[in-house]
Design a protein around this ligand. Structure first.
Ligand SMILES: [Fe+2]
Length: 250
């Protein structure tokens, strides 16, 4: 039993390390609570603004559905998959454990990506759409020529992405360069490279815009910049760039 607990904790830690949220018990069933008492349960993060605060760029109806229904479903299914993983690892059922990986990637990725997305947005009256300044602003100019050139690149790659997915502005901590990346489905940015840090992620799933923009994804992409929270992206950039510099010191 002690070995099983140790193995389970070790395995789960690799999946849980990206979410510093404290552990709750809300989604654990009473029947499973004894066996799963060490499991962390992910919860839907609150938004820092009202659902209607991003209008007219993104309607309150879209925001509410997107947050309460879509993101909540990823959270619920991620917790469910982790409970199942706890069980299959404990039983040394390799086949069942491997079978869970796609559900963990999809729903865990959905939770990671949306948690970033909400922070990437801000109402206009709270600074949404204000261009990045200082370090990130200078880095964007260096890597893309101008903020406008970056926006055009993100919009082009986001519009060209087939099916559902995400378009990202990322910092490559290894090369120390800013890059534009896309990921399919709910793949988080880290699946494209271990050193990629998401500064800005835009959800291009239809559920993010269809009720308002119908099938015209380019219009959604064109407008979303009016509510992009560059302050958050700048804070992440400065923190991560500082860490890179720290690591480089002898
Ligand atoms: Fe979404």
């Amino acid at each position: 039993m002690a070995v099983r607990t140790l193995l389970t904790r070790k395995t789960l830690s690799s999946f849980l390390r990206n979410d510093p949220k404290p552990i709750g018990t809300a989604a654990i069933s009473a029947a499973a609570s004894t066996q799963s008492r060490d499991l962390h349960v992910y919860t839907l993060p609150d938004l820092a603004y009202d659902y209607g605060a991003l209008e007219p760029v993104i309607s309150g109806e879209i925001m509410q559905l997107h947050h309460q229904k879509h993101h909540q479903t990823y959270v619920t299914n991620y917790n469910k998959a982790l409970e199942q993983l706890h069980d299959t690892v404990g039983k040394a059922d390799a086949s069942a454990t491997v079978k869970l990986q796609s559900a963990i990637k999809f729903n865990g990725g959905g939770h990671i990506n949306h948690s970033i997305f909400w922070k990437n947005l801000a109402p206009v009256r709270e600074g949404g759409g204000e261009p990045p300044k200082e370090a990130l602003g200078w880095a964007i100019d260096d890597h893309f020529g101008s903020l406008e050139a970056l926006i055009q690149k993100v919009n082009a790659e986001g519009a060209a992405l087939q099916g559902s997915g995400w378009v990202w502005l990322s910092l490559d901590k290894d090369s120390k360069r800013l890059t534009v990346e896309t990921t399919a489905n709910q793949d988080p940015l880290v699946t494209k490279g271990p050193f990629l840090v998401p500064l800005l992620g835009i959800d291009v799933w239809e559920h993010a815009y269809y009720l308002q923009y119908k099938n015209v994804r380019p219009d959604y992409l064109k407008n979303i910049w009016k509510v992009i929270n560059w302050k958050y992206a700048s804070e992440v950039y400065e923190k991560e760039a500082y860490l890179v510099n720290q690591e480089d010191r002898p």
